[in-house]
Design a protein around this ligand. Structure first.
Ligand code: LMR
Length: 314
């Protein structure tokens, strides 16, 4: 997708740097061979390595998909502990070797807290250059609305995903609109089923990752890769006029969300900078869902810091 221009635009040549564990070196080399065999005109080079310094050297955009996956019997705490170590190490390689102003998207779970660890251990990288992926949830929300209304997904916009990329996220359709033969209308009006919007829609989007894992016996891949391309493309090339998207960014306290966590907000992007959409009305229902997700992120942050501290004490 990247080498076909879906992330950076159809005229932008790319050099792909791919990092994997040493034991995956042969498989990674196989991917490198396939990229060459695909004869992609935009692809001007491939670096396939298990050395973090080499992988991060000079990169302008970094999509971090490496993380310790949750296995059966693992507690959330164990998952955070494993990933703190990975993100600490990648932070130092990023800070030392990436191009100045490198833009980072963290995809691996727990994405919001991995992004926070990255920020803490790469203090020279501006916080605004580190983001995490909630575009997958945002796209899932658009997909559910389109199915419900029987309209094309490209005609639905301005859903919001607030909070964590986890089952506490709050998919919010209250500001979304859909284009119909009678013009662009609020989704709330078109659906006319408050209960669906507050219950089924919310829980289907919250649980979609788990439903895909149940069906495929593997985590989402196509939709996650597509969402990662959407996230970076909109960030770098800008969001269409009148449209916002959801991105996990370092909270500045907007909408009463505590600072110091990576939280998904509605954002617009222009000239490579994102800004949180301000002034949207938040009712009591939305407020309580948003607070619930912020509380979970606060707990994840405490667990991550506890682990960082215990590593530092060793
Ligand atoms: C998804 O939303 O599809 C994934 O984040 C799920 C997972 O836990 O890998």
């Amino acid at each position: 997708m990247i080498a076909r221009g879906l992330m950076l635009g159809p005229d932008q040549p790319v050099v792909l740097h791919m990092l994997d564990l040493p034991r995956m070196a042969d498989a990674l080399n196989g991917v490198r061979m396939e990229l060459i065999d695909a004869a992609l005109p935009l692809l001007r080079g491939v670096v396939a390595t298990s050395d973090e310094a080499e992988a991060f050297r000079g990169v302008s955009f970094a999509v971090l998909i490496g993380g310790w996956p949750r296995r059966e019997g693992m507690e959330r705490k164990d998952l955070i502990a494993k990933n703190v170590a990975i993100y600490k190490s990648q932070a130092s390689a990023l800070q030392q070797h990436a191009a100045p102003n490198c833009k980072v998207l963290v995809v691996a779970n727990p994405a919001n807290t991995n992004a926070l660890v990255l920020k803490e251990f790469a203090p020279a990288v501006p916080a605004k250059n580190i983001t995490c992926l909630t575009r997958l949830d945002h796209n899932r929300a658009l997909g559910q609305i389109s199915e419900k209304l029987g309209v094309h997904v490209g005609d639905v916009r301005n859903a919001i995903v607030w909070g964590n990329h986890s089952s506490t996220q709050f998919p919010d359709a209250s500001h979304a609109t859909a284009r119909t033969e009678h013009g662009e209308k609020p989704v709330r009006e078109l659906v006319a089923d408050e209960q669906w919007l507050k219950e089924e829609f919310v829980s289907v989007v919250q649980q979609r990752g788990a439903a895909v894992i149940k069906a495929r016996k593997q985590s989402s891949s196509l939709s996650a890769a597509s969402a990662a391309c959407d996230h970076m493309r909109d960030w770098i090339l800008g969001t269409p006029k009148g449209t916002w998207v959801s991105m996990g960014v370092y909270s500045d306290g907007s909408y009463g969300v505590p600072e110091g966590i990576f939280y998904s907000f509605p954002v617009t992007c222009d000239k490579g900078e994102w800004s949180i959409v301000q002034g949207l009305k938040v009712d009591d229902f939305a407020r309580s869902k948003m607070e619930h997700s912020a509380k979970e992120l606060d707990e994840e942050r405490s667990m991550a810091y506890e682990f960082v501290k215990s590593e530092g004490d060793q």
